[in-house]
Ligand binder design. Structure first.
Ligand SMILES: [Zn+2]
Length: 358
């Protein structure tokens, strides 16, 4: 209530407009994943937040009063100083290449003349397989969780089934436990899949039963992309297997970055120049390899705005909100929300996370 009140004051006092004017020469890059309407198929929906087309439309309508939407390629040229920066630019990026991006998000974006950048994990596009976290999500939701106990090494884990929100939190903690008990990325993947298999056996239900028609988790195919008739999406790289790159050795990183770039260029006959680090995982060595592969930019999950001259292989983003009222969402996406909360955190003696990427 207090927060909503403060945000309304920020809006009506002109502070938001002032903030946007002050930062007119920086670029906001927003991060989205799936866009899907819960009412279309409510037989199940993932724990991971998806926003509805209506939610997206209302936020874009509001944002379009302040910002002009551009693609990542143009943004990169402006940030590098190769072309003059236009004021108040915003980029919409979608991670992972869900089919719902073209089917449900793009019709909304076109109403606002907004292009998009979709980052493809080419192993999933080509393999037509779900992300392991989505497969396990489905398996978990097909299981009777009230009496189920999961053993992870010496820990016994139980889902908090009181509400959707507590279940979502439990799923996050469950995966974190599996992750911390894993030796490496591949081991973590194997553990997710073997648990999913076990639960699928138990319930007799699997994400593969209806995978082709499941717009929540289905991945774009090369044919979907080639037959997309509009020119408003840049398809860029998100590695092959969506591993956290900072945890891999250099040769493996090189293979992931080079193969996915080649895949996109061969299959789509267009240049792949931009990268998104899966799960925001990168380090200096990953950056050097990305540069050697010819990527011009790479987005992270570090939160903030990007200024001309910033490190293009370490671009900051702002997550597109999935709940809350429009005013607070827009203040958040302008970067002002972060700035205020990190200021408050600093007043309390904690370290702030928001920064201007210079
Ligand atoms: Zn991803």
């Amino acid at each position: 209530m207090i927060k909503t009140f403060i945000y309304r004051i920020i809006l009506h006092s002109g502070l938001l407009r002032l903030w946007i004017y002050k930062n007119r020469k920086t670029i906001n890059i927003l991060m989205l994943h799936g866009v899907m309407d819960k009412t279309i198929d409510d037989s199940w929906y993932p724990f991971w937040n998806r926003i509805s087309p209506d939610f997206l439309a209302s936020r874009l309508e509001y944002l379009s009063r302040y910002y002009q939407f551009i693609g990542i390629d143009e943004a990169t040229e402006m940030l590098s100083g190769d072309r003059p920066i236009r004021p108040n630019c915003m980029v919409l990026t979608f991670d992972d290449g869900y089919r719902n991006n073209l089917k449900y998000a793009m019709p909304v974006l076109r109403k606002f003349n907004a292009p998009a950048t979709i980052y493809l994990a080419t192993g999933y596009v080509g393999g037509q397989r779900p992300f392991q976290v989505d497969r396990l999500d489905y398996a978990i939701q097909s299981t009777d969780l009230v009496n189920h106990r999961f053993r992870i090494n010496d820990t016994i884990f139980k889902y908090d089934t009181r509400s959707r929100a507590t279940l979502t939190g439990s799923y996050r903690r469950h995966r974190a436990l599996i992750q911390s008990s894993s030796e490496n990325e591949q081991d973590y993947r194997n553990k997710l899949v073997s648990l999913a298999l076990e639960l699928e056996d138990e319930s007799g239900q699997s994400i593969f039963d209806n995978f082709n028609n499941d717009d929540w988790v289905n991945i774009l195919t090369w044919d979907d992309i080639r037959s997309y008739k509009y020119n408003d999406v840049e398809f860029e790289g998100h590695t092959v297997n969506h591993y956290r790159l900072a945890l891999l050795d250099d040769n493996h990183v090189l293979d992931e970055l080079r193969t996915s770039k080649n895949d996109i260029e061969e299959k789509l006959g267009r240049k792949c120049k931009h990268l998104c680090y899966p799960v925001g995982s990168y380090n200096q060595s990953v950056i050097n390899i990305a540069e050697s592969c010819g990527y011009k930019s790479a987005v992270t999950t570090n939160e903030g705005l990007n200024a001309v001259g910033c490190d293009l292989l370490r671009l900051y983003r702002i997550p597109f909100p999935s709940s809350g009222d429009i005013v607070s969402n827009v203040i958040f996406m302008s970067g002002l929300g972060f700035c205020i909360s990190s200021f408050i955190r600093r007043l309390r003696g904690a370290s702030g996370t928001w920064q201007l990427h210079k």
